[in-house]
Structure formats: C-alpha cells, structure tokens
Design a binder for this molecule. Sequence first.
Ligand code: DQA
Length: 148
Amino acid sequence: MTKTVYVLNGPNLNLLGTREPQVYGSQSLADVEQLCAAACVRHGLALVFRQSNHEGALVDWIHEAGRLHATGQLAGVVLNAAAYTHTSVALLDAVKGTGVPLVELHISNVHARESFRHHSYLAAAARAVMCGFGVQGYALAIDGLAQW
Ligand code: DQA
C-alpha cells in the first residue's frame, strides 16, 4: 500500500520567493512543492501539499492526516507552521490528539533569529525538528520520515 506524506505550510509561506529572500531564499512555494514531489517519487510515497494562512485550516488538515494515520496509510506530516509555531496551542493539541508522526520544519534557523522564534509549541509533540537548511529541508525531511 502506498503511504502518503502531508506537507503543510502555514501563514505567509505563499509569499515564498518574494518574502524576505535574504532569510527564506528566492524559491517559490511551487518550487518547494516540486522538491517534495521529487522526494516522494524517490521513496514511493504519495504527496499532499497545502498552504493556508488560517490556523483552523491547518488544524483540519492535521485531523485529515490523522484519519490516514489511524488506518496505517500515513507516512508522516511535515509541518512548517510558520508564525503559528510560536503561538498555537491548537496545532499542538491537533498533533497530540491525532498522534500523527510529525516533522516540525523551518526554512530558516529560528534559533539564530529573534528570541520569540526560539520557542515552539509543536516541538514537544514532534518526532523530529529541522531548521536552517533552506527550502531543501523539505526534501531532507521527507528522506528522513521515509525511514520511519
Ligand atoms: C519559519 C520561521 C518562523 O519563525 C516564521 O514565522 C515563518 C517561517 C521558517 O520557515 O523559517 O513564517 O517557519
């Protein structure tokens, strides 16, 4: 059975490519989707790739991934919750409530940035945390969860 990877992106990541390129690089979210699709092909995984600026949409998609997890069809979730990483108990509860295997991902090295980016509500429920590899981190995260 082919397992599925959910790659979920939070607020402002639709602006990738033009948003603070010195921090996030010049590749667009469509480029990131291509990287993820190529990584999934390498590992024989299906890909669901989404972005929302709305916290509740991200919660709903984690629940959706959770239903696949419950039937053994989920490889894992790569979540770049963006600013919600640092604010959202709702996303933490969604991950804990569904038990989805989670990679928390950030394009930038959040620990080298403002102190408010140093705390993550998600890290406590994540199986792995990655940051600072640029957009290539998405492919590395899929390479990693494919070994689970
Ligand atoms: C980010 C880091 C967050 O602090 C920030 O709010 C983002 C993007 C990253 O990918 O580096 O929007 O998650």
